[in-house]
Design a protein around this ligand. Sequence first.
Ligand SMILES: *Cc1c(COP(=O)(O)O)cnc(C)c1O
Length: 507
Amino acid sequence: MSGMGRSLRDKQSGLLLDEPLIFERSRSGQMGVDVAMDADGGEDLLPEELRRGAIDGMPEVSEPEVVRHFLRLSQWNLSAATTFYPLGSCTMKYNPIANEAAARIPGFANLHPMTPDDMAQGALELMFELQAMLAEVSGMDAVSLQPAAGAQGELTGMKMIRAYHRDRGDTRRTVLIPASAHGTNPASAALCGYEVQQLEGNSLGVVEAAAVRRAIGPHVAALMITNPNTLGIFEREIAQVAEVVHGAGGLVYLDGANFNALMGVAKPGHMGADVLQFNLHKTFSTPHGGGGPGAGPVGVREVLADYLPNPRIVRDGDRWRWRDAAPKSIGRVRSFHGNFGMFVRAYTYIKALGGDGLMRATRMAVLNANYLRARLQETYHLAVKGLCMHECVLTDRHLEPTGIKTLDVAKRLLDHGFYAPTIYFPLVVAGALMIEPTESESLETLDQFVAAMEAIAREARENPDAIHAAPTLTPVGRLDEARAARNPVLRWRAAAPAADDPAGDGD
Ligand SMILES: *Cc1c(COP(=O)(O)O)cnc(C)c1O
């Protein structure tokens, strides 16, 4: 890594300007737009009744000031387009420009959701094909694109499972969920009225068929399992686990958020999954994390196909149409057809890579994660020994004598120009740092990240106070996170804080 001899501050560019709020820059008489209010000798272009007088508190700034202010603000946000972003479980891979070009094709970008089928054939064909491609890559029999994100896909899946059991007059009340699961899993099950029974993993974080056998019974509606799990470990016993669940009349929900470790290599349909959600905004490179809405299509095996959300796209000769094709459907879960712009992006991504490309992406993602694991497992403590899949989980245990904790490491990484990994998740690992590099990163970037992580571990021993003070090179320093979450100050007010407002949220 270059520049180890220079201090962090030397490496900061001059472009990250702290600046007053736009309200504070206001100067009376400045104009942000140049509409001719007094064109052609006094005739106003806007009729009197449509004109508003003074707007209280409206900042008065010039057009270039407005543009620069908002463009600079937009750059205060880190993204996969600006920075290595190893946020575990979130798969912050690069969002290819080709996806954006396709999503901006006017016929797609300007299509009204209520356009008659006959005038939207291209869009319907794209959605129909995307469903087929997702079914193929996952080994499932049918797909609906409707859910808006992963968590809504989970809810959709659990509603289908509930409808399936109800149809059989079955009143099963329990869903088994491993302790390492993402918090949305128990939430989705609970929203469907299920009781959650927790399953413990073994010392490798893996769910054993024997543990499922002990927990299973006629009260169990389903098992929700993430594969690879949130420790980045492949659930080796998944096929036996599914057999145990099916043998007792239950169904298997597979949380597909970690599909970036499987695509092109292994199919959940072959592992015994009856239903899963895809996170197009993780695996299939559509922007997320403030960069755009998600999309959480669901895929099902034949047993659940009747319960998929309506309407469905059906092929009718050489035409495609929307139909309420499934009488047992759980109904709609999302207005219109889902987040169509994301479908165009995911479709473009899959077409651009092809089957071999998807497999290569998965292999590179797994290789990158294992490279970081191998390089960092001495300096930091590795939560689970051995090979990982697309992400690895480290902890702050080796730093214990220095008093530096996971949160401090994450904050210091910002000063090194990296977004922080996911921290304190999964909950089954104390002080977790969950690192998911994705396939997008070059060896040089991974080496720079390793160098930064090593520098922080060194600094923890030599100068821990510097880390406690981090971040120091960002527009704002260490925030009181509890207070920021509980008392967010989202509105600017000109007035001085009132005497009964000691929190001072007037600024
Ligand atoms: C991200 C994620 C989810 C939820 O997906 P959203 O699109 O954020 O709602 C569920 N499970 C796992 C394991 C995840 O990583």
